[in-house]
Design a protein around this ligand. Structure first.
Ligand SMILES: O=C(CO)[C@@H](O)[C@H](O)COP(=O)(O)O
Length: 245
């Protein structure tokens, strides 16, 4: 059975002085997606980088750029991130009152649309936008910083969202405190896409990015297969239905 697990290293944990080299290194080490954490110092209490940096690093790899916008307001900046080279654009459900409009705008720009939920936000928030989604990102830390501890409380929410997704071609992603030690548990709960910053760039394998990515992937695949209710036939339908890879 193919699990379709994807590993998306968060470049927030990279050495920013050598960002291009770091992205080339995680690409060569087996990263499926490149996760770009955009922070504004307003929606979250930290500032990272914006569309200009994404445009500058875009030529380094052909991998999917998974851009997580922790900014509010978000709508005025969607076009800039689309033009800079984002493939998946994820906005926060908490970032404004018009989530449905933001998701429509992302798809109108020709990009895959994602929504992220902070730990205190219930899954009911996305009930009426499911058909506009390509990805749901469950935060397992309070967003703003790398290196925080994984919040176990989010496992139940992940299980509920997996059930809400049903047969829809939507990826279920997790972000925050993900390591080789908890990857099996999140995959067993229904996650198919794992973001990891610290555990890739300075994990148990030290700076051996390939070893760190492989260990997270192996743990997630071990958790995924036997424990999910999904049949391989269902997984196949999801891929054929256009789930972003
Ligand atoms: O979006 C965020 C934090 O807000 C994450 O992407 C973190 O950057 C992940 O870092 P680790 O918890 O894996 O170190």
């Amino acid at each position: 059975m193919t699990s379709e697990i994807l590993i998306a290293p968060s470049i927030l944990a990279a050495d920013f002085a050598r960002l291009g080299e770091e992205i080339a290194a995680i690409d060569a080490a087996g990263a499926d997606w490149i996760h770009c954490d955009v922070m504004d110092g307003h929606f979250v209490p930290n500032i990272s980088f914006g569309a200009d940096v994404i445009r500058a690093i875009r030529p380094v790899t052909k991998k999917v750029f998974d851009v997580h916008l922790m900014i509010a307001p978000v709508d005025p900046y969607l076009e800039a991130f689309a033009k800079a080279g984002a493939d998946v654009i994820t906005v926060h459900a908490e970032a404004g009152p018009h989530l449905d409009r933001s998701l429509q705008a992302i798809r109108a720009l020709g990009k895959k649309a994602g929504v992220s939920l902070c730990p205190s936000t219930p899954e009911s928030t996305i009930e009426y936008v499911l058909d506009r989604l390509d990805l749901v990102l469950v935060m397992t830390v309070n967003p703003g910083f790398g290196g925080q501890a994984f919040l176990e409380s989010q496992l139940e929410k992940i299980r509920r969202i997996r059930s809400m997704i049903g047969d829809r071609p939507i990826r279920l992603e997790v972000d925050g405190g993900i390591t080789r030690d908890n990857a099996a548990a999140v995959a067993a709960a229904g996650v198919d896409t794992l973001v990891a910053g610290s555990a890739v760039f300075r994990g148990k394998g030290g700076a051996d990015y390939a070893a760190n990515i492989a260990a997270i992937r192996a743990a997630a695949e071990a958790g995924w297969g036997p424990k999910l209710q999904h049949s391989s036939a269902q997984s196949k339908r999801v891929s054929e239905g256009g789930r972003v890879r």
